[in-house]
Design a protein around this ligand. Structure first.
Ligand SMILES: Nc1ncnc2c1ncn2[C@@H]1O[C@H](COP(=O)(O)OP(=O)(O)OP(=O)(O)O)[C@@H](O)[C@H]1O
Length: 352
């Protein structure tokens, strides 16, 4: 067991603590089948109190599967085949999520960690009013609350995400997509969790609504102090909202760094490719170049660097040796031979 971090300090004035709240160590997930899909491969990430950790990568690189593993929501045929996910409480308690089941797991999920998915419609029950869905959360998890208190709190939560509390009487189909997603966010925050995992929460919405909701999430995070794991394929967006960023490719983390470092000096050729694939949100126009080719089939055994077939800087070791995620001197973790001093001879010969 990893020791508790209860002695670490916290800077409450900035709202961004330095202590851990969640740690994934060497997590691997497989989808069973005649040829199993190794969707997540030995991923280790840490989430600190109050921070936004962004996870980015193209479709199919394992982001959602990892999010499900973090929240103990994997369902067969998915199975966590290795690794540990641990929650670090404020009081120094450490909980291995694998040890939770039944009521304890349900309780943990709403009280400590909650999840917001891309499709609000899937998260809401279409035949039940918003008010009664919110009421259910309190009835289940706060049995001491009476009806009036539950109703007042539900109204307060809607107001918090910018929705008129009279909407408690509405059904999901009577709300716009943006409003539904706000309702889902309000529900995720209902029990004041310490961690909110958001998987493409605004992708289905138009750009203006997306912007409003992201501003709202940022405001709430500053106010309530929860941590966010934010998953998307949109790197430009993540650079704006994240403190740190993990870039995933083929089930692995290939770069893990503070967002401003990724924005200004990305190390991995894949990260550089992603940066070139999106327009700059700060208004600078630049030509967009997608990354040619496709991510590998995760049912195949991968030899060497999984990005090598698409990499503009590929050199000798890449096709044979899988680069480990390692921080070069003065740098941050990156899985690329270009940044491994052992290969300096090759990489200086034009690899970059
Ligand atoms: N239910 C499933 N059964 C089998 N394989 C699956 C299942 N769900 C996902 N996969 C596979 O797992 C791999 C990772 O998928 P995952 O959805 O986690 O990636 P992602 O990065 O979140 O992509 P997206 O952005 O499209 O959601 C892919 O190869 C995908 O085909």
């Amino acid at each position: 067991m990893i020791p508790s971090t209860g002695t670490e300090t916290r800077d409450d004035s900035s709202g961004l603590g330095t202590d851990l709240v969640l740690r994934a160590s060497n997590v691997s997930v497989e989808y069973a089948g005649s040829r199993p899909t190794r969707a997540v491969r030995e991923v280790s990430l840490e989430l600190r109190r109050g921070e936004v950790l962004g996870i980015v990568g193209e479709s199919g690189c394992g982001k959602s599967t990892f999010a499900y593993a973090l929240t103990r929501m994997l369902r067969p045929p998915a199975r966590m085949t290795a690794g540990v996910v641990e929650y670090y409480g404020r009081d120094g308690e450490v909980i291995d999520l694998a040890a939770l089941s039944g009521d304890r797991l349900r309780e943990f999920r709403w009280n400590k960690i909650s999840m917001v998915f891309q499709s609000a419609m899937n998260a809401l029950n279409p035949v039940t009013g918003i008010g009664s869905q919110m009421d259910d959360i309190f009835r289940t998890h706060r049995p001491g609350m009476d009806k009036a208190a539950r109703r007042a709190r539900a109204g307060q939560l809607l107001e918090m995400v910018g929705i008129d509390p009279r909407r408690l009487r509405s059904f999901p189909h009577e709300l716009s997509g943006g409003m539904r997603q706000r309702v889902v966010i309000a529900m995720a925050l209902a029990l004041e969790p310490e961690i909110v995992v958001m998987d493409e929460p605004t992708t289905a919405l138009d750009v203006l609504v997306q912007r409003e909701i992201l501003d709202e999430v940022e405001r709430l995070r500053a106010e309530l102090g929860f941590s966010v794991v934010f998953i998307t394929h949109d790197l430009a967006l993540l650079l704006e909202i994240s403190d740190r960023l993990a870039v995933m490719y083929a089930g692995q983390v290939v770069e893990y760094a503070p967002a401003e470092q990724v924005a200004t000096e990305p190390l991995h050729p894949y990260t550089r490719g992603l940066l070139r694939s999106f327009p700059d949100l700060r208004g600078q126009r630049r030509e967009m170049h997608g990354i040619p080719g496709n991510p590998p089939d995760l049912r195949e055994a991968l030899v060497g660097c999984p990005f090598a077939p698409r990499c503009e800087s590929v050199f000798e070791p890449c096709r044979e040796i899988t680069p480990p995620l390692r921080a070069p001197a003065g740098g941050w973790p990156v899985a690329c031979h270009l940044h491994d001093p052992a290969h300096d001879d090759y990489s200086s010969e034009g690899g970059r």
